[in-house]
Write a protein that binds this ligand. Sequence first.
Ligand code: HEM
Length: 236
Amino acid sequence: MSVAEQSIAGAEVRGHGFLASSVGRKVIMAATGVVLFGFVTVHMIGNTQAYMGAKSLNGYAEFLHSMLHGAGIWIFRGVLLAASGLHAWAAISLTLDNQAARPVGYRETQSVASTWSSRTMRWSGFILVVFIVYHLLHLTTGQLHPAFKAPQGHEYFAYDNFVSAFKVPAVAGFYVIAQLCLGLHMWHGVWSFTQTLGLSHPRYDGLRRNFATGLTLLVVGVNISYPIAVLTGCIH
Ligand code: HEM
């Protein structure tokens, strides 16, 4: 039995359900990708409060933590965690299936084109996971932030934590690199998502490309502006 036949047989052993099919897992990846993408966009917009001063950003942090008497943020965290877990699971299992099913004598041009994109997705995805873990321990819980000011009752110090964080050039640099990875990941993600929706057609490809590029540049550009604004003293 060839490698491809073995892999197909393996997939059959797993079952014929929605999640066992590669289309089902692509749909899961696209749907959870939209949730995560929506979060990143809303988060980017929320953080623009930093440009309006300490009162605005701290008030925004307090609002997030007091929604639905404090339950709101936990519902939102649960949705985010479930979406991230499903997204990573679908990506990893599809990659493993693709690797196992790839015939040995694949034509070189095809193989180079298809693996460049997926390899970029894998390492940008991995760096994003590292970034998110660091980011949570840095700006949310503070373990990795030497000057972190923890909330006192209903008083939040998101602004002080934000400014003191990005005053450290290495930290600001890491945030910028992580946002560039986010950009790469988002661009390919939005592009493939519109393909999963069935919009892959010469008539729509220009629109798909512009949509992916415009949204990515907006989110990444604004996110990168935060560490740069602190480093250059525009936010202090
Ligand atoms: C330069 C870009 C970014 C800045 C300045 C920033 C800033 C912040 C700040 C200040 C908080 C703490 C809010 C609070 O609890 O008071 C936070 C929380 C968070 N950020 Fe970011 N962030 C950035 C990019 C990102 C990205 C790209 C992601 C995801 C890919 C992300 C995911 C999160 C998550 C999951 C939380 C925790 C929300 C919660 O409390 O459950 N952030 N961010």
